[in-house]
Design a protein around this ligand. Structure first.
Ligand code: ADP
Ligand code: GLC
Length: 481
């Protein structure tokens, strides 16, 4: 380890390449490598869900506790994809069949508050005691509600380690009944409206927003939106009460994984040689059983939840396909949305294709073969799929919210004339706005030169990590005790 490096403990519930349910995993997995050139040595701590320990190579036990929220626990240090991981091995909490948060019945594990309070407590203990291999964090960086008790634990245990909390999505607030205070090792004295209490319950996210030394979120626009009632989801008052506010640092994409010139899952192409892209489009049509119309091929790669605005598709897509459009949807999530989309695919064979499930490999082909990626989110803290779309030449169709507003330049006449437009932007998530966006997509696609110009402007844009990693590094270095 080089002298003078700042050691940062990143605490998260998911990270690639080990486990992923959404963008948080991409960000948590990409940050350590992006930060290395800026004098930061980051280790990523997350629960040892079943099967994860085998993915970090030969591991070493670097911390142990006889009783972590009801059973013994230890931290396993190892590497995957060049990232240093610390897996919190505590079978009584994480040795479950099911996902990281949901059991096989699709419901939250009832002890999720304890499971992630334990992660936060162990993170505090690492900051307090260091690891047996001599590594002690200089800064703790927690992600979302699952790590959000760490700053409070640090304060109450008198640990001087400075803390950062990043809000990836304020919709998830880590709520727990107040009866769990003792089980979560929380002091009833902290259960006040100025602290942990949120409408009669415990909110771990609220505790984090109050106690972290720095709070960040994943785009500048979301940082501003969070101050408002429409987006703050009840926590805007707490956000506004923070003297320094919340800082927005845009996510980047991992360019080693998301690069059309080298992506092993697709026919490779670049800004200069777009031709092989046609082969990807053809393969994608085949994959989804779609018949070529000569119109635009729109893709969706998403969690299927209300946040993403995809409940509007059944109302809007019939007109799009009638106009020559084709659609390929890959996603999973809310049952009613899955069913509505299945109905749509059945009603429009050869025009709308659907794959329910999570499929990383297929997602690469979709960005490399699709003409547009549709993201009509009601709110979007950052969003990564518009960035993949830009990089791969699948023109984003987005709502101007959060990170979508910060990364896509609307194809309005001025931007088109200046050659800087990169996507189609709507200002609300409603059927009319989405209908107009699809109409614009049909119209622009019918002008091949203009459409290629938009595609290329997107491919030229830089959404790698370096700028944002520099911003995080600055933040950490500024907090160094
Ligand atoms: P969120 O974290 O809110 O789901 P993001 O856009 O930040 O949204 O990140 C979503 C990530 O998950 C992206 O990397 C996206 O490609 C991926 N993803 C979402 N759904 C699927 C799916 N069904 N199959 C493969 N990848 C998916
Ligand atoms: C959350 C947000 C998404 C963001 C991701 C990574 O899941 O919904 O917008 O890109 O976190 O920060």
């Amino acid at each position: 380890m080089a002298e003078g490096k700042l050691r940062v403990l990143s605490v998260t519930s998911e990270a690639v390449p080990l486990i992923k349910s959404g963008g948080l995993a991409d960000v948590a997995g990409a940050l350590p490598l992006a930060l290395a050139p800026f004098g930061v040595e980051m280790r990523v701590m997350l629960p040892a869900y079943p099967g994860l320990a085998a993915k970090i190579g030969p591991s070493k036990v670097v911390w142990a506790a006889p009783d972590l929220f009801g059973g013994p626990a230890r931290l396993l240090a190892g590497q995957a994809g060049g990232v240093d991981f610390l897996l919190l091995d505590a079978p009584h909490l994480y040795g479950r069949t099911g996902g990281p948060y949901l059991g096989p019945d699709g419901k939250d594990y009832p002890d999720n508050p304890e499971r992630f309070a334990a992660l936060s407590w162990a993170a505090m203990a690492v900051c307090r005691d260091g690891l047996t291999d001599g590594w002690t964090p200089g800064v703790m960086h927690g992600h979302d509600w699952q790590a959000a008790l760490t700053p409070l634990y640090l304060r109450r245990q008198g640990v001087a380690c400075p803390s950062v909390l990043t809000i990836h999505n304020i919709a998830f607030q880590g709520l727990a009944p107040y009866e769990k205070l003792a089980a979560l090792r929380l002091d009833p004295a902290d259960f006040t409206s100025g602290d942990l209490e949120y409408w009669g319950q415990i909110s771990t996210l609220k505790a984090g927003i109050i106690h972290a030394d720095q709070v960040t979120t994943v785009s500048p626009t979301y940082a501003v939106e969070l101050q408002r009632e429409e987006f703050g989801m009840g926590l805007h008052g707490v956000i506004n009460a923070r003297p320094g506010g919340v800082r927005g640092i845009l996510n980047g994409i991992d360019e080693a994984v998301w690069n059309p010139e080298t992506d092993p899952e697709v026919r490779n192409y670049s800004l200069r040689t777009l031709a092989p892209r046609k082969g990807n489009r053809k393969a994608l049509l085949k994959e989804f059983g779609l018949k070529e119309t000569g119109g635009p091929l729109a893709i969706v790669v998403s969690r299927l939840t209300r946040q993403k605005g995809l409940d509007l598709l059944p109302e809007v897509l019939p007109a799009f396909v009638a106009g020559g459009g084709m659609v390929a949807v890959l996603g999973s999530g809310d049952r009613d949305l899955e069913e509505a989309l299945a109905g749509l695919a059945t009603a429009h064979p050869g025009r709308i294709g659907l794959r329910i499930g999570y499929n990383e490999t297929l997602s690469h082909l979709m960005f490399a073969g699709g003409d547009a990626v549709v993201i009509p989110s009601r709110f979007e803290p950052c969003g990564l799929t518009q960035l993949y779309g830009l990089r791969y030449g699948a023109v984003p169709v987005v709502t101007a919210t959060g990170g979508l507003a910060d990364t896509v330049i609307a194809a309005n006449p001025a931007a088109l004339a200046a050659g800087v437009a990169t996507g189609i932007v709507m200002h609300r998530t409603d059927p009319l706005a989405l209908h107009m966006a699809f109409s614009q997509l049909l119209a622009l696609y019918a002008q091949p030169e203009t459409f290629t110009q938009i595609r290329k402007a997107g491919m030229r844009a830089d959404f790698g990590w370096s700028r944002s990693a520099a911003a995080y590094a600055d933040l950490y270095h500024g907090m160094r005790a």
